[in-house]
Design a protein around this ligand. Structure first.
Ligand code: ATR
Length: 269
């Protein structure tokens, strides 16, 4: 019997996940279908129950349901608990196992696809929302020389970094500091805004990474490029890698991501 998976979000028409997982299934010869579900804004649990009742084995979860999925889960991994959000679930009988692969997908893209080790590096993470929370633990697991989290609202960053080795500051304190890797996990680029990051942070940087995907050269990436950063990347690789992690978790086989990354890449111009 063909196994069923889906991504659930609202809106969902923009999603690349059916294309990505369809490609993975084809290249790994897995017998599955992967669809997109537009869940009602106040009805995540009902939609998830209906999907399971129809035989669905696993879901990816995207905005705005990552917190609903967190509450729906019966079993959470440590990184999903720390992130406070779930982006993948696996259903076995009455259990709803939940994980968050966004951060590990980001780490794999940086270290494997882009060839930049995080270990021993000075890393600056901008933002303290859901995207940054997902990245925090996976980044720290790579043993960077330092991880600094900068956010407009200091208290949010302090709460996020509590009990970890990350250092927290406001944007103003970044003047004169430099880093090897700078990652924009704010939502500023979704509105073509620039987080108030001083250009000096890029003086010695070898990588500027924008989590938003498909926006071309965002104000953040443009600032980094002007400051002389050679390696610029957006979140297309992270998107493919988090999908590959979920696919491997569900199916026991890890697909190669190079093909889907090549097809989904939007030039940074
Ligand atoms: P997401 O789930 O995409 O991370 P979020 O949880 O709403 O979205 O978090 C948005 C993040 O982007 C926050 O860190 C926010 O900063 P504040 O906590 O100070 O609000 C940050 N952000 C959004 N727009 C920004 C801007 N123009 N400049 C700097 N930071 C911005």
């Amino acid at each position: 019997m063909t196994d069923t998976y889906a991504v659930i979000g609202n809106p969902i028409s923009h999603t690349k996940s059916p294309f990505i997982h369809g490609s993975f299934a084809a290249t790994t010869a897995q017998d599955l279908v992967y669809t997109a579900i537009e869940g009602p804004l106040d009805g995540f649990a009902v939609a998830a129950d209906a999907f399971r009742a129809g035989g669905g084995l696993g879901l990816n979860i995207t905005a705005p349901f990552k917190l609903d999925a967190f509450r729906y889960a019966t079993d959470l991994t440590e990184r999903a608990r720390r992130a406070g959000a779930v982006n993948a679930m696996k259903f076995v009988g009455k259990r709803a196992y939940a994980d968050n692969f966004d951060g590990v997908g980001l780490v794999r893209d940086i270290t494997h696809n882009l060839g930049c080790a995080l270990q021993g590096q000075r890393v600056l993470l901008l933002g303290a929302g859901g995207a940054a929370r997902g990245a925090l633990l996976p980044f720290l697991e790579q043993n960077p020389a330092q991880l600094v989290v900068a956010n407009r609202t200091l208290a949010t960053a302090q709460a996020m970094a509590l009990g970890t080795a990350a250092r927290v500051c406001g944007y103003g304190e970044l003047v004169g500091q430099s880093f090897d890797i700078v990652v924009n996990a704010t939502s500023a680029s979704l509105r073509a805004e620039l987080p108030p990051v001083p250009a000096s942070v890029f003086a010695q940087a070898r990588l500027a990474y924008e989590l938003a995907y498909g926006k071309g050269l965002t104000p953040f990436l443009r600032l980094a490029q002007t400051a002389g950063v050679v390696l610029l990347a957006d979140g297309v690789g992270m998107l493919a890698e988090q999908a590959a992690e979920a696919f491997a978790w569900w199916r026991g086989v890890r697909p190669d991501t190079a093909g889907v990354i090549a097809k989904l890449t939007v030039p940074l111009v």
